[in-house]
Ligand binder design. Structure first.
Ligand SMILES: Cc1ncc(COP(=O)(O)O)c(C=O)c1O
Length: 287
């Protein structure tokens, strides 16, 4: 399998990272995960715009124009012949020796790396849903930046995994923010609730598509958020991300959500979402 290191396509086991790369030492960098269906990118521009926006928020200059980046990512997915899978890319601020918290005034040479994986759609995930746990959100206050600092996210996700759940739904003082690697939603009396796209959550690209198709199809959307008390009496709960689309949450801390099955609005939203994939990427093996 080929990977990208800067603009070079090389074999995976030939890729090397400097021990004083600021991404490695400080988590100083940004990343994206872009989904492909049938060898075609889904919501590519939105992801790349968010990558450049995240980079700008930490004063990191991506050393490629958007068309240049597209050309090198195209060469990667062609080399690996990606069909339905994920493209992971990250840009770190670069190598700084000796290590120093202070960011040098003269910009370092940022380091781009990217890899791909073939990941088919998992229809059982969308239909059967998964369990979640609730965890305190102990992350920093700039969750709008898709940064490489994912220790808080990773620890919460791991706790969920240990409890036999897919995701940890996070809250600050009882107010639900998002999942450890997903956006979180609740449906109550026909209205779709989610946290505002502010500094406490990542403005998910999947979230953006879901809210658009909900509005287009007459489902009321409320972005003022919801509490753990609301969550406990929700009719439906689901989470979303690039890799898991619209995944129902059927139990939280082992208590069933609604009747413990995917709810009708969650199902409808996934149908609308799938239609968007079809529009951009053509017929899917599983619809
Ligand atoms: C913390 C967090 N929130 C939300 C999301 C969902 O974002 P997207 O729909 O763009 O994948 C992710 C995705 O990785 C995430 O890590």
């Amino acid at each position: 399998m080929k990977v990208l290191v800067n603009d070079q396509l090389i074999e995976r086991d030939e890729a090397k990272i400097d021990i004083e790369d600021r991404g490695y030492q400080f988590g100083d960098g940004v990343y994206e995960v872009v989904r492909m269906y049938n060898g075609k990118f889904f919501t590519y521009e939105e992801h790349i715009d968010r990558l450049y926006a995240s980079a700008a928020k930490i004063d990191l200059v991506i050393p490629y124009s958007k068309p240049e980046l597209r050309a090198i990512l195209d060469s990667l997915v062609t080399a690996n012949n990606v069909g339905t899978g994920n493209v992971y890319l990250q840009v770190t601020r670069g190598i700084q020796s000796p290590r120093n918290h202070v960011i040098p005034e003269t910009p370092l040479k940022a380091v781009l790396t990217a890899s791909t994986s073939e990941v088919p759609r998992d229809m059982t995930l969308f239909e059967d849903g998964r369990k979640a746990i609730v965890e305190e959100d102990v992350r920093w206050l700039r969750c709008d930046i898709k940064s490489l600092n994912l220790l808080g996210n990773s620890m919460a996700k791991n706790k969920a995994h240990q409890a036999g759940a897919l995701e940890a739904i996070l809250h600050r003082d009882g107010s639900v923010t998002e999942g450890s690697a997903t956006n979180a939603y609740m449906i109550k009396d026909g209205t779709l609730f989610t946290h505002a796209a502010d500094n406490l959550v990542l403005a998910g690209i999947t979230r953006q598509v879901i809210l658009r198709v909900a509005r287009e199809n007459g489902i009321p959307v409320d972005e003022s958020g919801f509490t753990l008390t609301d969550l406990a009496t929700a009719d439906e709960v689901f989470i979303s991300s690039t890799t898991i689309e619209v995944t129902p949450i059927i139990a939280i801390d082992d208590k069933p959500v609604g009747d413990g099955k995917r709810g009708p609005i969650t199902k409808q939203l996934h149908t609308y979402f799938t239609a968007e994939i079809l529009k951009q990427c053509g017929e899917l093996a599983f619809v």
